[in-house]
Design a protein around this ligand. Structure first.
Ligand code: GLU
Ligand code: ASP
Length: 497
C-alpha cells in the first residue's frame, strides 16, 4: 500500500475541518494566501508596466504591456507542466509546493525593489514558482481522500472558495497601498501574503498526514544523470526560439512573447499526439480523448477572453470608467474583486443546481457550450462598451456587469472542466490530466497575447468583436458536436471514476 493510500485511509475518519480531513484547512489557508499574492500582484501589473517612469512604472506601450500580462499568465500555466514533472518524478507534490512558495515569495520581494531589472526578475520568479505550486497544491487536495471517499468533490468546492477569498481581498489591499505609497508597496503586500502562506504550510505539515510526500514515478539512475543535460537543452531551446523570433520582431520583449506563445500552443498539441499514439492507451480511451478535444478547444477560447480581466478590462477600468461614485473614489483595481465576490455568492447555488439536475439537461458538453457562448456574449458587451465610452465616463455597472456575466460563464465551465478532464483522460496519463487542463489556460492566453499585438492598431472595440466572432463560431461548432461528445463520454461515466 502506498504512502498516499495509507494516509487517505486514515483520513476517512478525520473530520476536523468542516467535516473534512484537517489537512484541508492547511491547504485552504495556504491557497488563500497564495492566490491573495497572485491576484494582488496581477491587479496592478498592467498599470505598473504601462505607467511612465516618472510615476514609478516601466513606460511600456499599452499594446505590448497588455500582451506581456497575457503571456505572463500563459507562462504561469505552461510552467505547471514542470510543476507536475517535479512532483511526479523528482521531489513529490508537497515539496514542490513548498519550493514553489519560496520562489514566488522571492519573486514578490524582487518586485518590491524599485528598479527595472528586479521587476523583470520578479515577474519571471512568480511565474516559475506558481508553476511549481499551483497544480500540486490541488493534487494534494485530491490525495487527502481515499479514492471512493464521497467527500472529495465537496472538498474541491471548499478549496475553490479559498482561491476566490484570496482573490477577493488582495486587489482591495493592493489598491490601497498602491494609491498611497506606489507600486512597489503594492507588490510587497503580495510578498507578505505569500510569506503567511509559507509559514502556514510549514507549520501545518503534519495535518497532511504524508499526502503528497511520495514521488510516484521517481527518475531512474541514468535519467537522473541526464537531468542536468535535459535542463540545459530546454534552456538552449528557449533561447534559440527567442533568437529566431527576434528575426521578425523588433524588440526582445516581443520576441519573448512569440517564443512563449509557440511553446504554449505546441505543448498541449504534443500532449494530445503522445496520448493518441501511446500503446498504453486503448481504443475506448482514445474515444474518450477524442470527445475531450472539443471541450478543451472551448476552454482555450474561454480563457482567451476571461483572462483579459487583468488586461483590456483593467485598462477599461482605469481609462473609461468613472473615478468616483457619490463622492467616493473608485480604484480601478476594485473591479478585480467583482469576479471572486460573484463566485463566492453564486458557486453554492450552481453546486446545488448541478446536484438537483444530475443526469439531466445540461450535460457536460452542453454546460461547456453555454459557458463559451456566454463568454462570447461578454466580449460583444466589451466591444459595445469600448465603442460607447471615451474618457472616464462609463458607470461602474457596465464593467461590473460584464464581470458578473463572465462569472456565470466561468461557473458553467471551470469547475466542470477539471472533473471532465479527470474522467476522460487515459489511465496511463491520469496524473497529467491536471496539466492538460491548465494548458488550455496557457494556450488561451498565448492566443490572446498574439491577437493583442497583431491588432494593436485597430482599437479595443474591434479587438473584442474579433474575439466574440471567434468564440461564437467555436460555440456553434460545440453545440453541433454535443450529441457526438455525449455518446463518446457515456462509457466514461461507468468505467472510470
Ligand atoms: N481562477 C482559478 C484559479 O485561479 C482557475 C484558473 C484556471 O483554471 O485557469 O485557480
Ligand atoms: N474566479 C477566478 C478563479 O477561481 C479567480 C479570479 O479570476 O479572480 O477561480
Amino acid at each position: 500500500m502506498s504512502v498516499t493510500t495509507r494516509s487517505a485511509e486514515s483520513s476517512r475518519s478525520d473530520r476536523g475541518f468542516l467535516g473534512h480531513p484537517t489537512g484541508l484547512s492547511t491547504l485552504f489557508f495556504v491557497e488563500l494566501w497564495e492566490r491573495f499574492s497572485y491576484y494582488g500582484m496581477r491587479a496592478i501589473l498592467l498599470y505598473f508596466l504601462v505607467d511612465t517612469a516618472a510615476n514609478g512604472g516601466l513606460g511600456i506601450d499599452e499594446a505590448t504591456g497588455t500582451s506581456v500580462v497575457a503571456i505572463y499568465g500563459s507562462a504561469v500555466y505552461l510552467l505547471s507542466v514542470l510543476g507536475g514533472y517535479a512532483a511526479d518524478r523528482l521531489v513529490g507534490a508537497r515539496r514542490s509546493t513548498l519550493y514553489g512558495g519560496v520562489v514566488i515569495m522571492a519573486g514578490h520581494l524582487s518586485l518590491a525593489v524599485p528598479a527595472t531589472p528586479t521587476a523583470w526578475l520578479g515577474i519571471v520568479l512568480v511565474a516559475l514558482g506558481t508553476g511549481l505550486l499551483k497544480p500540486n497544491i490541488s493534487a494534494i487536495v485530491g490525495r487527502l481522500y481515499a479514492d471512493d471517499d464521497p467527500r472529495r468533490d465537496a472538498g474541491f468546492s471548499i478549496f475553490y472558495m479559498s482561491i476566490n477569498l484570496g482573490a477577493l481581498f488582495s486587489p482591495l489591499v493592493v489598491a490601497f497601498l498602491r494609491d498611497r505609497f506606489g507600486y512597489h508597496a503594492g507588490f510587497s503586500a503580495a510578498a507578505v501574503g505569500m510569506g503567511v502562506a509559507l509559514v502556514w504550510f510549514v507549520l501545518g505539515r503534519r495535518t497532511l498526514r504524508g499526502a503528497g510526500d511520495d514521488v510516484p514515478n521517481p527518475l531512474g539512475a541514468t535519467e537522473r544523470r541526464r537531468l542536468p543535460l535535459l535542463v540545459l537543452g530546454a534552456v538552449v531551446a528557449v533561447a534559440l526560439l527567442v533568437a529566431l523570433a527576434s528575426t521578425w520582431r523588433d524588440s526582445v520583449l516581443l520576441a519573448v512573447i512569440d517564443a512563449i506563445s509557440v511553446l504554449a500552443i505546441a505543448t498541449p498539441v504534443a500532449y494530445f499526439v503522445v496520448m493518441f499514439r501511446s500503446r498504453k492507451v486503448d481504443d475506448q480511451e482514445r474515444t474518450h480523448l477524442a470527445a475531450y478535444i472539443p471541450l478543451w478547444v472551448g476552454a482555450v477560447v474561454f480563457w482567451m477572453i476571461f483572462e483579459q480581466a487583468a488586461g483590456k478590462m483593467a485598462l477599461f477600468a482605469q481609462e473609461r470608467t468613472v473615478t468616483s461614485v457619490g463622492g467616493v473614489q473608485v480604484n480601478p483595481e476594485w473591479f478585480q474583486s467583482v469576479n471572486p465576490l460573484a463566485i463566492i455568492a453564486l458557486a453554492p447555488l450552481f453546486g446545488l443546481l448541478w446536484v438537483r439536475r444530475a443526469g439531466r439537461f445540461p450535460s457536460t458538453p452542453m454546460k461547456f457550450t453555454i459557458g463559451v457562448t456566454l463568454i462570447g456574449v461578454s466580449a460583444l458587451a466589451m466591444a459595445w462598451a469600448f465603442a460607447s465610452y471615451q474618457g472616464n465616463t462609463s458607470p461602474v455597472w457596465v464593467l461590473g456587469g460584464v464581470f458578473v456575466l463572465q462569472t456565470v460563464a466561468e461557473l458553467f465551465l471551470s469547475p466542470v472542466g477539471l472533473s471532465a478532464t479527470t474522467r476522460l483522460a487515459p489511465t496511463a496519463f491520469a496524473s497529467q490530466a491536471m496539466a492538460l487542463w491548465f494548458l488550455a489556460t496557457a494556450a488561451g492566453q498565448a492566443v490572446a497575447a498574439q491577437l493583442i499585438t497583431a491588432m494593436s492598431g485597430l482599437g479595443d472595440s474591434t479587438y473584442y468583436l474579433v474575439n466574440a466572432a471567434i468564440t461564437l463560431v467555436v460555440a456553434a461548432a460545440m453545440l453541433a458536436l454535443v450529441p457526438w461528445v455525449r455518446s463518446r463520454m457515456a462509457s466514461a461515466e461507468v468505467t472510470t471514476v
